[in-house]
Design a protein around this ligand. Structure first.
Ligand code: NAD
Length: 258
């Protein structure tokens, strides 16, 4: 039977890739995120063609708890429940701690960490009522290790690792698993934006930023594919992963082995 899958921040990049994976499995997917109307309609068509049972877009802003509540409640109203929740929405801001704008700090913590608290607190009662559920938090290699100039991102990603473990223990006897996925660098708009900025800042070429900065610790020397992250999400959502909870899957080309 088709599962109802909510993926936050899925108009682009990893989230859209995960939504496509669930669509191809014949699930109902609720996508969310920002973008032009035409691009969002194209994403919905793509998911439909990939095989989704139903596709719905919800515009909730992940900095607004009331809108997040509406995302979960309106999904449950339309489809009966939420079977799989993927907390994925994200942004990045790179700056020295002393130059880090406080409003950017608040925004990153809200989107990368607090939004998952809000989706979970509304989705878990629905999952408990049906005795099963899957929650997948897209963290990062930066949930395990740090890089300079990414204080808010690294703090939020470490935070979501703790949130994942804590909630996993709370719901362990309710048929619900809670896990994180920790990708290394994936070439999405979030990362592409950093390349020219870092080239300018460091006075090096864009190719050098890719090879010597971004892929420096990625032992494979290749970006992680969106499809590989989606495959991990589908596995964690499967029955075969029922005993995996409160942990993470690294998909980082060997980065955090060092
Ligand atoms: P992306 O920029 O391609 O996509 C981000 C998505 O989040 C978009 O759909 C965007 O509209 C949405 N979004 C941003 N702010 C939002 C808000 N306030 N409310 C609702 N939606 C919002 O980025 P991505 O690289 O696909 O990143 C997705 C997730 O993966 C993030 O949590 C990111 O931290 C994580 N991640 C990315 C990488 C990477 O290398 N790209 C590596 C590890 C983890």
């Amino acid at each position: 039977m088709a599962r109802t899958v909510v993926v936050t921040g899925s108009t682009s990049g990893i989230g859209l890739g995960i939504a496509k994976g669930f669509a191809a499995a014949g699930d109902t997917v609720v996508i969310n995120g920002f973008g032009e109307k035409d691009a969002i309609e194209a994403a919905c068509r793509m998911l439909d063609e990939a095989g989704a049972a139903t596709v719905l877009y919800h515009p909730a802003d992940m900095t607004r708890p009331g809108e997040i509540e509406d995302l979960i409640r309106s999904t449950a109203k339309t489809f009966g429940t939420v079977d799989v929740l993927v907390n994925n929405a994200g942004i990045q801001h790179v700056a020295k701690i002393e130059d880090f704008p406080p409003e950017k700090w608040d925004q990153l913590i809200a989107i990368l960490l607090s939004s998952a608290f809000h989706t979970m607190r509304h989705a878990i009662p629905l999952m408990k009522a049906q005795g099963k559920g899957r929650i997948i938090n897209v963290a990062s290699a930066h949930g395990l290790v740090a890089s300079p100039f990414k204080s808010a991102y690294v703090a939020a990603k470490h935070g979501i690792m703790g949130l994942t473990k804590s909630v996993a223990l709370e719901v362990a006897q309710s048929g619900i698993t809670v896990n994180a996925i920790c990708p290394g660098f994936v070439l999405t708009p979030l990362v592409e934006k950093q390349i020219p900025a870092q080239a300018r800042e460091k006075g090096i070429s864009e190719a050098q930023v890719r090879d010597e900065v971004l892929l420096r610790l990625q032992a494979t020397k290749e970006f992680v594919a969106v499809e590989d992250v989606a495959a991990a999400a589908l596995y964690l959502a499967s029955d075969a992963a029922r005993s995996i909870t409160g942990t993470h899957l690294s998909i980082d080309g060997g980065w955090t082995a060092q």
